[in-house]
Design a protein around this ligand. Structure first.
Ligand SMILES: NC(=O)c1ccc[n+]([C@@H]2O[C@H](COP(=O)([O-])OP(=O)(O)OC[C@H]3O[C@@H](n4cnc5c(N)ncnc54)[C@H](OP(=O)(O)O)[C@@H]3O)[C@@H](O)[C@H]2O)c1
Length: 277
């Protein structure tokens, strides 16, 4: 049975009662603008449905049996925003952090960092992006990626048109494993504030000396890597998948992530924002 109810996601008092098989949070508002135009009402308009909506949904599903999954529709902007998207990046970064916290509690929360779609809020932008060589996800691409992600363990997945072409869906940003040390090393060697799975090492200026430095840095994690590997797997997400398939000295595996604080808070860490490519 399908029941459609119109409601403000920030206040779901009148919603049909659970249990819910699964929950998708896809409400969002875009109000791009440079910092000087970021009045509180514009920021609230963007943060409200994402941050307030996530907490309202969390309250809604906290009673009784937890749904099989909760999926927060986030954006690639949280890791790689365009000019004028600071509020939108912060709102989506909050979603990514919040879902990670719930996963740390053992709950099946996903955050999906969507790249541009040809529909919805992407519709007006997609033609201009295409003119600059940036592809957008069609509805079929997006639904396909959604199905693929839901078949995988709950995590933060960055899903874009580039990912859609990649059947193995390598462009993910898992919270654990080698991701923290790889991004730390790449950021340090290439002098970047933030690194996303979509980044391409060659486009970021990797040279052979830097590749040697990267290999040395990963050696600290027990990985014996030939520096050539960074020229063979240039996308960070693809590189991560490759590195995680390599044998590693068990005693030097990275420590598990620190446990998350118990209570959700609006002051949760926001994903760093890098300029758009
Ligand atoms: N399309 C893209 O290219 C793209 C890329 C990255 C991420 N995303 C994310 O994917 C999600 C869906 O995007 P979309 O393209 O479908 O956007 P969209 O076409 O603009 O739709 C957003 C929907 O959110 C609803 N909404 C906003 N505030 C709400 C609130 N307080 N309570 C309930 N509903 C509310 C809007 O309802 P009303 O129309 O009634 O206001 C609208 O139906 C968003 O979270 C967006 O950030 C989209």
């Amino acid at each position: 049975d399908l029941q459609i109810v119109a409601a403000d996601v920030r206040s779901l008092g009148e919603s049909p009662s659970g249990p819910y098989d699964g929950v998708f949070h896809a409400a969002g508002v875009l109000r791009d603008g440079l910092a000087r135009s970021l009045m509180p009402d514009r920021v609230d308009a963007v943060l409200g449905p994402k941050v307030g909506g996530t907490h309202a949904l969390a309250d809604l599903v906290s009673e009784g049996e937890h749904p099989a999954f909760v999926v927060l529709f986030s954006s690639i902007a949280a890791v790689r925003a365009n000019l004028g998207q600071s509020a939108y990046a912060a709102a989506n970064g909050y979603l990514d952090g919040y879902a990670a916290r719930r996963r740390a509690e053992g709950l099946p929360w996903y955050s999906l960092g969507w790249g541009l779609w040809t529909v919805g809020m992407g519709e007006a932008v997609a033609p201009r992006a295409a003119a600059h060589g940036v592809a957008a996800l069609t509805e079929d691409d997006g639904i396909g990626l959604l199905r693929t992600a839901l078949g995988r363990p709950p995590a933060h997945y960055v899903l874009s048109a580039a990912t859609a072409k990649d059947a193995s869906m390598t462009a993910v940003t898992p919270d654990a494993g080698l991701w923290p040390s790889l991004t730390l090393a790449v950021g340090k060697v290439l002098h970047l504030d933030s690194v996303s799975a979509e980044d391409d090492l060659l486009e970021l200026g990797l040279d052979s000396m830097m590749a040697v430095e990267l290999a040395a840095s990963l050696a600290a994690d027990g990985l014996d890597v030939d520096p050539m590997v960074f020229f063979e797997h240039t996308r960070v997400g693809t590189l991560l998948t490759h590195l995680e398939s390599l044998p590693r000295a068990a005693s030097q595996a990275p420590a598990p992530p620190a446990p998350a604080p118990r209570e959700p808070s609006y002051a949760a860490p926001v994903a760093p924002v890098a300029p758009a490519a």
